[in-house]
Design a protein around this ligand. Structure first.
Ligand SMILES: [Fe+2]
Ligand SMILES: [Fe+2]
Length: 259
């Protein structure tokens, strides 16, 4: 896909910003002892942090896969920087988890969603929308929410740094898609939106059934969290031009989660 001059400038600026914002893992891998929240059992806390770690690993796999499929030089530079960022995120979360004493398994439903997203056989825009808009948007939302009630200063320092990088990845996804999506036909766009809704429903089911996050004790509150999440991601998908409001409604009424 050829980028217009404005998008090329934006992506070039974003890459330059990413280069300036590189940081070293050492700054964040030795934070002393993690402080566990008193009202959360240690295994639950480890499982929660482990989900972020596994998310980073999946995103890293996606970026490497995208590099094979994207030819634009500025977009590739953004992706290469994102790979460096995600590698650092993996290492800082791993160091933190090693101090907690364990790395918990990735929740199986979420693992399935990652595999489904990585296996998308069509155009790369769908994978960028899945990871850089929906999943990274969700990670930002969760980090933002968790940041307020987790007491560990080390974990908060990690999250502050990671969130800054994720915000840049999210911006890359937005700019790339805004330039790329007008080149897709309506059926292709609707198919991608339908697929993303299916992925989100699977993540939502896992959240409803598996994660007993303090503050989201009741199923009703967890359902509100899931619904608010999709509304926010859908607004972003509309903003980047994947669908308009009517098309979103049409696609979601027949979401299957399968490509
Ligand atoms: Fe990351
Ligand atoms: Fe990221």
């Amino acid at each position: 896909m050829s980028m217009n001059a404005e998008t090329a400038t934006v992506l070039g600026d974003l890459a330059a910003k990413g280069e300036r914002a590189q940081w070293t893992v050492d700054e964040l891998t030795d934070g002393g002892r993690p402080t566990l929240p008193r009202w959360v059992p240690a295994p639950f806390y480890t499982a929660l942090v482990s989900q972020f770690y596994h998310g980073e690993l999946a995103t890293l796999r996606l970026c490497r896969r995208l590099l094979d499929r994207i030819g634009d030089a500025d977009a590739r530079r953004c992706l290469e920087l994102q790979i460096a960022d995600e590698e650092r995120h993996v290492r800082v979360y791993r160091a933190y988890l090693e101090c907690l004493g364990d790395i918990a398994q990735l929740e199986p439903t979420v693992a399935g969603v990652y595999e489904q997203a990585l296996a998308w056989p069509g155009r790369p825009e769908a994978m960028i929308a899945a990871f850089n808009i929906v999943l990274e948007g969700e990670a930002l939302r969760a980090l933002d929410d968790l940041g307020g009630w987790l007491p560990c200063a080390w974990f908060r320092r990690i999250n502050a740094r990671v969130s800054r990088d994720e915000a840049r990845h999210f911006a890359f996804g937005r700019f790339y898609l805004r330039a790329a999506l007008p080149h897709l036909g309506r059926d292709q766009r609707l198919e991608i939106h339908r697929w993303l809704k299916g992925l989100w429903d699977a993540v939502g089911t896992a959240t409803l059934d598996q994660f007993y996050v303090p503050g989201l004790i009741t199923r009703r509150r967890r359902r509100c969290w899931v619904e608010a999440g999709w509304r926010s991601h859908r607004a972003q998908l509309v903003a980047v031009g994947l669908v308009d409001a009517g098309e979103a409604h049409l696609a979601e009424s027949s979401a299957t989660g399968r490509p």
